[in-house]
Design a binder for this molecule. Structure first.
Ligand SMILES: [Zn+2]
Ligand SMILES: [Zn+2]
Ligand SMILES: [Zn+2]
Length: 363
């Protein structure tokens, strides 16, 4: 992510801030402009941008419930920001912890949306595009017999709100022997399934997809059963995670999540002016660059930029007594898959290969 600066005083703020700690201004993030703006707020929810007469905004209505800091132009017909508009179901808020979980989920989702906006990928909700839109269901498991599973089904992304509880999420991570489990990681994985439908299904990419990831027509539940019984032993040579080896759809979603991790990670490192003089023990110095979203290929960027940056982050984690933030080994077949995802996304967002956003034939 780029550095966020208060538009009033120019000091650094975080993407999640509601006010500027330095000048005290009310802050709101304007997704269309990708800027953190400072406001003078008057009654009737009119937000006047400081230093820019005439620029008026309104807050996303979820700000009132403490879960959102995004703003919209006053002329917008919407009351919710582009991210909150995709949330269809929220948990029962009479329980105070559910309010906290919902806020944590929306916060992670806005980080996902930040990157999707950069990638120029559309995110209509199901009201705007019933056939191809998105809908998030944040559900609490109330009946032990009816498990709430995190997953994607035809644009509907379900998350068990227990994932927003650090202790419970860590418990699941250990029980599942996973090296990494975060809310943002869930969002980036599940949206990968959604964009497979939008960018690969029934498109000219399908043959190359199958040659890299395998044939997704393989029976999904059989594949998962086989995976849970005994995952393939040589997965580290071909996949980014053991779960990616369960089915070609999961491989796509896992690798897609890493594409988004890499875009955001490199952008953050570049935005801080990161330079690693000893990126390789005897190699040239590395000035970290943001991933070029229009590049023909990202193979070199993965090897020369992302690998040293992620290794540096892990080294820092260990110096601070924390777990590795990026406990993954990116092998050459995974680099080929990342490069494919990059080409698919840039062709989709530039319009050179149409995305599946029009109503499907026959439906
Ligand atoms: Zn300020
Ligand atoms: Zn919002
Ligand atoms: Zn999945």
């Amino acid at each position: 992510m780029k550095q966020m600066l208060c538009s009033n005083c120019g000091n650094r703020v975080f993407f999640e801030n509601l006010t500027c700690e330095t000048c005290g201004s009310t802050l709101g993030y304007a997704p269309d402009e990708q800027l953190m703006l400072a406001f003078e707020v008057s009654g009737e929810d009119v937000w006047r941008r400081l230093g820019k007469p005439g620029a008026e905004y309104k807050s996303c209505v979820n700000r009132k419930t403490g879960v959102c800091n995004w703003v919209l132009p006053t002329a917008s017909v919407h009351q919710h920001c582009v991210s909150c508009r995709t949330t269809h179901t929220i948990p029962e808020l009479s329980k105070p912890e559910n309010q906290r979980y919902w806020a944590a989920l929306e916060q992670a989702k806005r980080r996902l949306f930040y990157t999707l906006i950069e990638l120029v990928l559309p995110t209509p909700n199901k009201l705007e595009d019933p056939a191809n839109g998105l809908s998030f269901e944040f559900l609490e498991q109330v009946d032990p017999q009816r498990r709430v599973l995190t997953g994607h089904d035809d644009g509907v992304i379900t998350l068990n709100i227990a994932e927003a509880d650090d202790a419970r999420r860590e418990h699941i991570r250990l029980a599942m022997h996973e090296p990494y489990r975060t809310l943002l990681g869930h969002f980036r994985h599940e949206i990968g399934h959604y964009f497979w439908d939008r960018l690969v299904r029934d498109t000219p990419w399908i043959d190359e997809y199958r040659s890299l990831f395998g044939d997704e027509r393989a029976d999904y539940s059989e594949a998962l059963k086989k995976y849970y019984a005994s995952p393939v032993a040589d997965w580290p040579q071909r996949f980014i995670s053991v779960y990616a080896s369960s089915h070609p759809w999961e491989d796509w979603a896992e690798t897609w999540a890493h594409y988004l991790h890499m875009i955001d990670g490199l952008e953050t490192a570049a935005a801080w002016g990161t330079r690693l003089d000893l990126a390789l023990p005897c190699g040239p110095p590395l000035s970290v660059q943001k991933l070029d979203l229009k590049a023909q290929s990202i193979r070199n960027a993965v090897v020369e930029q992302w690998l040293p940056v992620s290794q540096f982050i892990n080294a820092m984690d260990r110096s601070l007594g924390a777990h590795d933030s990026y406990p993954f080994i990116v092998v050459p077949p995974v680099i080929e898959k990342l490069d494919f995802i990059h080409r698919v996304v840039s062709a989709g967002s530039s319009g050179s290969v149409p995305m599946n956003f029009l109503p499907r034939r026959g439906t």
